[in-house]
Design a protein around this ligand. Structure first.
Ligand code: ZN
Length: 262
């Protein structure tokens, strides 16, 4: 692979098309029209929990928190992180390959600068991917919709200035044999009001041990239709947090950390 400095991720995103991408990964779909469902590839899924909108080029899992645009999908499938250049680049290369396009068509000035031209290099003729209706965004890196735009201004996942009032006594824990020690150690509890109402909340910390969010697992089995089983606050960027890292850092003997998926 030549080391071209292409980084026109927006153009790659525009060239991607969900049916082709899904078939590349051998992912079967249900549903019809432009709204499909797939077995979510990002968690252990047994029924199709992940919705895909082929026209809008977005996906959203109702069981885990996986969601994003089609480009994110490819990046995630490749095990990359859409927040860093390596992940973006790997995803872009893969996307171009999946669509059988020519990498040269996606080259622009590249590097860290803004793309000079907003007009997107149209991929050459072979396929004619339906261009997405969105206008090109300001910057090639802006492929993610989670508001990372100005990383310099606001910290990602700033520490919370409040704590939820959680009930440690809930049948959820008993049914799952979650001990009082575990509940206390991880600060788990049932939340009765607010956006996490009806959920078992799990405090999430940054590597400094500061509370940055709560993950909320719906406590009852009968999940309302439009509600995800696991919920994270809007704007929380989970890709930037390795859960429990601060606890590991407290262990004096930790020399090596092995991260596995799932
Ligand atoms: Zn999922």
């Amino acid at each position: 692979m030549p080391k071209t400095a292409f980084t026109n991720y927006e153009a790659v995103k525009a060239a991607l098309d969900f049916p082709t991408v899904l078939s590349h990964y051998d992912i079967a779909t249900t549903g019809s029209g432009d709204q499909l469902k797939i077995i979510c590839p990002f968690h252990e899924d047994h029924k199709p929990s992940c919705g895909v909108h082929t026209t809008n080029g977005v996906f959203n899992c109702f069981s885990c928190t996986a969601s994003g645009n089609i480009f994110d999908f490819v990046v995630d499938m490749e095990g990359g992180d859409a927040k860093n250049k390596t992940g973006l680049r790997a995803g872009a290369l893969k996307g171009i390959k999946i669509m059988q396009l020519d990498p040269a068509d996606f080259g622009n000035s590249g590097g860290n600068k803004r793309a000079k031209s907003q007009k997107q290099t149209k991929p050459s003729g072979k396929k004619s991917p339906t261009p997405r209706q969105r206008p090109a965004k300001k910057q090639q890196d802006d492929t993610h919709d989670e508001g990372q735009k100005d990383e310099t201004k606001a910290p990602i996942n700033p520490p919370l200035t409040f704590e939820l009032d959680l009930e440690q006594d809930h049948p959820f824990f008993e049914e799952r044999d979650i001990s009082k020690e575990t509940i206390a150690r991880f600060g788990l509890g049932y939340c009765k009001k607010g956006i996490m109402a009806g959920r078992i909340c799990i405090p999430l910390h940054n590597d400094q041990g500061e509370l940055v969010a709560y993950a909320g697992r719906y406590a009852a089995d009968d999940l309302p239709d439009d509600s995800p089983r696991y919920k994270l606050p809007k704007g929380f960027q989970k890709a930037h947090v390795l859960y429990n890292l601060h606890r590991i850092k407290q262990q004096p003997d930790t020399k090596r950390l092995v991260i596995v998926e799932g």
